[in-house]
Design a protein around this ligand. Sequence first.
Ligand SMILES: [Zn+2]
Length: 290
Amino acid sequence: MKKYRVLRMAALLGVLILPGCSQGILEGIATKTAAPITEDDIEVAEAAENGTGQDSEGQIDTGGWRKAESPVQLPILMYHSISEGNGLRVPREEFRSQMAWLRENGYYTLSPEEAFLVLTENRMPSEKCVWLTFDDGYTDNYTEAFPILKEHDMKATVFMIGKAIDKGHHLTENQMLEMSRDGISIESHTINHLELNRMTAEQQEAEMVQSKVLFDHILDQDTTVLSYPVGRYNEESLRLSEEAGYKMAVTTEPGGASSDQGMHALHRVRISPGLSINGFASLIENASKH
Ligand SMILES: [Zn+2]
């Protein structure tokens, strides 16, 4: 129920959805705990509901899409930093060769909305599809990955940590806005990047709802995907993610993603540094089925 959801958000956030700079919202979130619903909150909730379209169900023309012959298994590639130094960082030249391989081999890169349709309707915009994702929202996603993605006209998704916006080696609000205007979706990696399976349901809910409100506000969008920090989640997380309004959530369970995993427990293919291009190719081919 949309109305219920809006009310829950208002209750969790107090009156923080009132106009203001997002930094203010974030600071508010950091100190705010769940509060009972008050008359003021209900007014805010109603204003939000009557306001301009949360419902940007991005109209995708699926006219030319093909029906898959068997249930789709989709490679959702998981990157973090595009740099060097540890097992989570993929050097720029390796990333560049991987993107070139995808393009040369006819892979289509999906937006979250397209990935949702591929997985739930078993239809594909192209014979070969991948969904590129980056966790944590490092600055190098903007300085290193973004130019390469643009060069190849590729879409990708960055899962940003709410509290890391404008901090240290992470994306700024302006970088996020620029990327989201140019094919890179910014989605949620919670506010505090803590392990959800160690939290109470209320704490998990706060992380999920507050980050959705934050990204909805900053990017003027309906944030639809959640990435569980450090891949940690439990049964409650699956339910809470759906209730918070996400259409999908991704994990770090290895392999291709399919709807039978549950749309809130989608598997991903981790891309580690030092992978040969043949190794990259077989990871993707093994995770694809349709
Ligand atoms: Zn992370």
